[in-house]
Design a protein around this ligand. Structure first.
Ligand SMILES: Cc1cc2nc3c(=O)[nH]c(=O)nc-3n(C[C@H](O)[C@H](O)[C@H](O)COP(=O)(O)O)c2cc1C
Length: 223
């Protein structure tokens, strides 16, 4: 028996893994499955779903970066990089970034690792890229965002392509407020009454029409 709740107790960070495509367009996606493997030489691993455009780009050019996101990052950056694909959009439009060794680096990170792929391992859904760190830059003394912070404070969720994805259980409703849930990113917003017409999801930028009312009740608990 596999109790998926056990995986909820893993501690992760929240990162942007970036690269570029065959037209030199900057690409990237949100990742939480990043870990340091060795110190000398500095080596990290990242697990990226086969369906993600970022995966095929890294496979082609064998280079990637890992940007460590701070708690203060604009949540919409997580929405753009975590819920859209660089196949269809330019995720870097409107955000501050520069290039190091041809790789796109966002300015608002706590620090960035620039890596060369030295090995890969395939699973049925994800590729694990092993990267030798060639440059580590941009250190800022900010609090790095944890996966728990993302879920509990920003009330974000993870798409099916994230390795840590767990099918959601029914919401626990304990307050008299109304909860609305974004169908795109899973963000839950609580209000007294109706969502305002001009409401936009703070994580993925979707309009009010992307929200479903979860439940409106007084001191009831559903599970
Ligand atoms: C909090 C969070 C964590 C995520 N972690 C991962 C991850 O570790 N690996 C992965 O492949 N996708 C992960 N994802 C999903 C990708 O970011 C998402 O599928 C993205 O839209 C892929 O974009 P692309 O097609 O441009 O590569 C995560 C998303 C979120 C919001």
């Amino acid at each position: 028996m596999i109790d998926k709740n056990v995986f909820r107790n893993f501690s992760y960070g929240v990162y942007l893994t970036t690269s570029y495509d065959e037209n030199n367009k900057p690409v990237g996606c949100v990742t939480n499955s990043v870990m340091q493997i060795t110190s000398e030489p500095s080596t990290v691993a990242v697990s990226i779903n086969h369906e993600n455009y970022t995966n095929q780009c890294i496979k082609k050019n064998k280079k990637f970066t890992v940007a460590i996101l701070p708690e203060t990052i604009q949540p919409s950056i997580i929405g753009t990089f975590g819920y859209q694909s660089s196949r269809n959009v330019d995720k870097f439009e409107g955000i501050r970034y520069h290039y190091t060794n041809g790789l796109p680096i966002i300015e608002d990170a706590c620090g960035v690792l620039i890596c060369e792929v030295i090995d890969t391992m395939e699973t049925n859904t994800h590729t694990v890229f092993l990267g030798r760190v060639t440059i580590a830059e941009g250190y800022k003394k900010e609090v790095p965002m944890t996966y728990r912070y993302y879920h509990e404070k920003l009330k974000g969720s993870s798409p099916k392509t994230a390795p840590s994805y767990i099918e959601e259980e029914k919401e626990e409703i304990k307050s008299a407020k109304t909860k609305y849930k974004c169908r795109i990113c899973g963000y839950v917003h609580e209000v007294d009454g109706e969502l305002p017409d001009d409401y936009m999801c703070p994580i993925c930028g979707q309009p009010k029409s992307a929200f479903d009312k979860i439940e409106e009740t007084k001191e009831a608990t559903f599970s």
